[in-house]
Design a protein around this ligand. Structure first.
Ligand SMILES: Cc1ncc(COP(=O)(O)O)c(C=O)c1O
Length: 455
């Protein structure tokens, strides 16, 4: 690679090459391509290297060792793809290298965050005066919400947790189901709550909280509910939970890492009924909105609580009438996450976002139908974009899963659902087409037949 070549040109060509060939390569790296990772295991160079050569090595040895999660046939976890417009906005924003913490450091980053956050409140029809923060992922969005909840409920009891700490605080209660995503427990821990403090509520066969089994709530209770069970895609009954919580002065947080987007679709919105009555909400941009990773947002009704937790002041920090991004997030310095949020929302519009949700859910229905036709058992009510299925016994299901991964056509993950070992599909990439679903079903059928023959 010549020394004079522009490193950005090399990165651009590598990126184009990556995107253009995504669908013709295996979804996960083969054992041969993994060998190329050895090229990185070298001693730290004494002298610097040519910049273009560094990027070229990344592409040659790195690109084949990525997992094709931005393609149309990756159905593991819930990761989402990457909208080209969002990737491009991310590139430009990275080139700007703006610090989005303070408006004076980046008027464009500050304003776009403000606009994107308000657009999101309108799109999701949440209280328009809620405040919001742009964070790395749903885990941090939930942490930010819980820290705010803790502050608000204790303040209402006359206790200033920021000043006095949790040690002498009135004991708070945490109420949730075992079915809520495990990152909620992590977020609770970051906010100073222990696992033994959690009061678990029983769930139904789809993993939804049973509202009748909620314990008596009070004004020191934080109830966590979810929009989108990681396996079944089911939604808790927000209407019933928020009604009880409001009466008791409790706080309700909604983990809607992917499910909150259902509110943008008129076909799926009924699942979210009553959600608007909650106190805080978290949602990932890097899942169903298909933003590049490290993009999430949380919303909170109680602006003072958020400011109590995250507000920072120092004589050198210039404050003016504009929104100061760092007063809503755990970090002071951070990248301009609002830029790609804004770009994707503008590119898609309300209709485009609804279309992404509807399209994924239609694909999920086709998957469920196709799986049943093959002779596999679908174990959940397919209400959203998630499917849990099995091939019967655990051994057989494991074998089929192995055969499916061996086809290289698609990738999906294992899970345990209602005590049963199962496979799961999440359709959350904008790149997935009907042809991808068809090709995946053909591969699953081949894998199933191969597994049956092998036993
Ligand atoms: C329901 C739910 N909550 C929280 C998370 C954690 O999100 P993140 O990895 O963005 O922190 C996930 C991730 O899949 C999720 O599905």
């Amino acid at each position: 690679m010549p020394q004079t070549e522009n490193v950005f040109e090399v990165a651009y060509r590598a990126s184009r090459d990556y995107m253009d060939n995504l669908n013709s390569r295996p979804i996960i790296p083969s054992s041969e391509t993994l060998q190329a990772l050895k090229t990185f295991k070298e001693p730290m160079p004494k002298f610097g290297q040519n910049a273009s050569a560094v990027i070229q090595q990344l592409h040659e040895a790195g690109s084949p060792n990525t997992v094709a999660t931005t393609g149309g046939r990756f159905y593991g976890f819930v990761v989402g793809g990457a909208l080209p417009v969002a990737v491009a906005a991310n590139w430009l924003a990275t080139t700007w290298d703006q610090n989005a913490g303070t408006w004076v450091l980046s008027p464009i980053a500050g304003d776009l965050e403000d606009i994107a956050g308000r657009w999101m409140l309108e799109l999701l029809d949440l209280p328009r005066d809620a405040v919001f923060g742009f964070v790395t992922g749903a885990t941090m969005a939930t942490f930010s919400s819980i820290a705010s909840a803790r502050s608000a409920l204790l303040r209402r009891r006359g206790y200033d947790v920021k000043r006095s700490g949790l040690g002498g605080a009135p004991r708070m209660r945490i109420i949730m189901s075992e079915e809520i995503h495990p990152t909620n427990k992590a977020a609770l821990g970051y906010a100073g709550f222990g696992l033994d403090q959690i009061e678990y509520v029983a769930v139904d066969k789809e993993g939804r909280i049973k509202p009748d089994e909620l314990p008596e709530l009070d004004d020191l209770s934080i109830v966590l509910v979810q929009a989108g069970n990681i396996n079944s895609g089911s939604f808790d009954n927000f209407q019933a939970v928020t009604k009880k919580a409001k009466q008791a002065g409790a706080w309700v947080h909604v983990d809607g890492a992917f499910g909150l987007w259902a509110r943008a679709s008129k076909n799926k919105r009924h699942l979210t009924q009553g959600m608007e009555l909650a106190d805080s909400w978290s949602v990932d941009g890097h899942k169903w909105l298909n933003l590049p990773h490290e993009s999430a947002i949380y919303f909170c009704r109680d602006a003072q609580a958020v400011d109590d937790v995250f507000g920072i002041s120092a004589t050198y920090l210039v404050r003016d009438e504009n929104r100061q991004g760092n007063n809503f997030t755990p970090e002071l310095s951070r990248r301009a996450r609002g830029v790609e949020f804004w770009a994707a929302l503008k590119f898609l519009g309300k209709e485009g976002i609804a279309e992404i949700v509807d399209q994924s859910c239609t694909h999920a229905e086709h998957f469920a139908e196709g799986l049943k036709n093959i002779g596999l058992s679908v174990l959940n009510d397919v209400v959203l974009n998630q499917i849990v299925f099995s091939a019967g016994s655990e051994d057989m299901t494991r074998l089929v899963l192995k055969e499916i991964q061996n086809t290289g056509t698609l990738w999906l993950g294992p899970t345990t659902w209602q005590g049963q070992f199962a496979m799961r599909i999440s359709v959350s990439s904008v790149a997935t087409t009907e042809a991808d679903v068809e090709a995946s079903l053909v591969a699953i059928k081949t894998a199933f037949l191969a597994a049956r023959e092998a036993v």
